[in-house]
Design a protein around this ligand. Structure first.
Ligand code: HEC
Length: 123
């Protein structure tokens, strides 16, 4: 193979890898679920939403966060400007990165199981 062909092939390969990396970045928000778990516990989100993001009751219901259907934007908007009873978290307390990490964490939680998947309920 000529040097030119080798360089061209290497360039194409690098371009393909860059393309793959940027597609991946759009699909999954850059969040560190392990750090998200630490922040979720440290900032006491769990006291209302449960350690497994299963939701709970405070003055009213605190929604299930496991497997949230909210986009990251909406998730962050609720944390910065809660619609009702939830306390607000400014970026002095919780950075956008922390929120992205919490988002990755709650997305990684298994959430509720279907009764069909619990053997004792199917006897
Ligand atoms: C004092 C209880 C409490 C704490 C602490 C709390 N929340 Fe909430 N959260 C709520 C309640 C109640 C709601 C329902 C909406 C409202 O009252 O604003 C809610 C709603 C939400 C929602 C919207 C979910 C949906 O599907 O509509 C998100 C996201 C959320 N909380 C994330 C968090 C995160 C992340 C933390 C920690 C940084 C946290 N919350 C801390 C009580 C709490």
């Amino acid at each position: 193979m000529s040097t030119f062909k080798l360089v061209a092939a290497a360039g194409l390969f690098a371009a393909a890898m860059l393309g793959a990396a940027s597609v991946g970045a759009q699909d999954t928000p850059a969040g560190d679920a392990a750090h998200g778990r630490v922040v979720f516990l440290k900032e006491a989100c769990f006291t209302c939403h449960g350690r497994s993001g299963q939701g709970g009751a405070y003055n009213g219901p605190a929604p299930i966060l496991a497997q949230t259907a909210l986009p990251l934007e909406g998730f962050r908007a609720q944390i910065r400007n809660p619609v009702n009873d939830m306390p607000a978290y400014s970026d002095a307390v919780l950075s956008d990165k922390d929120i992205a990490d919490i988002y990755a964490f709650v997305k990684s939680l298994p959430g509720a199981r279907s009764p069909k998947d619990v053997p004792i309920l199917n006897n």
